[in-house]
Design a protein around this ligand. Structure first.
Ligand code: R5P
Length: 300
């Protein structure tokens, strides 16, 4: 028997839990006057001897969200859960999946190890930036790919588009969606300055003149990657560029940057509680995909 606990960071976890027919156990969350966090599972007896799914996501305010998740996991374990699965669509810090410069930590692995040592038995993410950070969970992790769903929506605006990865790291995600939709996929060659974070592209022959394009990426943060990729594609003669990105952090002026670069539409998955109201942006509900993948993974 499985039950669900849904943290306020990821309210769409309620839809996933309902689709799976899970009992949702209420949780009380608050902040003390000094800023420390508190959670309490109400009716802990509903968790005793049950497999417990904890739904959360680690943006915005990543550190708070992570700490709250750890507290909820500890509470569930103490309440007698027989197993704990954390469903964390956006896994913060996963971009630091290695030490890029001497002296750096491997933040992504550290975050995952903290989850594991707090009592998480299985970890479920959506389009995690790097699978490498999930390694300590071995076969008890599941990364759900959803770029095909975003591309389905992009096809409302595009005719037989080429799927483009804005860097080689995004290639498998882009080609996965391309294959499902029987489209071709290609990539751009991006460099990011390891100190300033600035993005630049190396010229590469790519045949997109007169073609529609869908750029597939995992994260839009400052918008620098996708804006620059769009400029390049339009300068090479692309007719229309739609962006399909899983996690829309969209920091500061990111949406304006995309607009100025000439992006036609931005499709984002509902992996975060923050939603940006902007005429370019459209959210795509992926709750059904998460529910069906969880059903398979957990044998529900
Ligand atoms: C990096 O490799 C990621 O896949 C994204 O392309 C990146 O995080 C996007 O960041 P920004 O929007 O700041 O360029």
């Amino acid at each position: 028997m499985h039950v669900a606990v849904v943290l306020s960071e990821y309210p769409d976890g309620v839809d996933v839990s309902r689709e799976l027919g899970l009992d949702i156990v209420s949780i009380h969350e608050k902040e003390f006057p000094d800023g420390e966090l508190y959670v309490r599972i109400l009716e802990p007896e509903k968790i005793k001897s049950r497999n417990t799914l904890i739904f959360t996501t680690l943006y915005p305010r990543q550190e708070r969200a992570l700490l709250k998740t750890l507290l909820a996991v500890d509470a569930a374990r103490r309440a007698g859960a027989i197993s704990i699965t954390a469903i964390i669509p956006y896994l913060a810090y996963a971009r630091q999946d290695k030490a890029f410069l001497p002296g750096e930590p491997i933040s992504g692995s550290l975050v995952v190890n903290m989850l594991r040592s707090s009592g998480v038995d299985s970890l479920v993410t959506v389009d995690v930036h790097s699978l490498r950070v999930l390694e300590s969970f071995e076969n008890k992790s599941l990364n759900i790919m959803i770029s095909d769903i975003l591309v389905t929506h992009a096809l409302k605006y595009l005719v037989k588009p080429v799927v483009i990865a804005p860097d080689q790291g995004a290639l498998s995600r882009a080609c996965y969606a391309a294959e499902i939709h029987k489209l071709t996929c290609d990539y751009l060659v991006k460099q990011r300055d390891k100190v300033t974070g600035e993005v630049s592209y190396t010229p590469r022959e790519i045949d997109i003149s007169g073609r529609d394009v869908v750029i597939v990426d995992d994260i839009i943060s400052t918008g620098g990657t996708v804006a620059e990729a769009t400029r390049i594609l339009l300068s090479k003669g692309a007719r229309r560029v739609v962006v399909a990105a899983t996690h829309g952090l969209l920091i500061g002026e990111a949406a304006r940057k995309l607009e100025e670069a000439g992006v036609y539409r931005v499709l984002l998955a509902n992996t975060l509680s923050v939603k940006h109201a902007h005429p370019l942006i459209e959210y795509v509900d992926i709750s059904h995909r998460i529910a069906s993948e969880l059903r398979r993974f957990l044998g529900l």
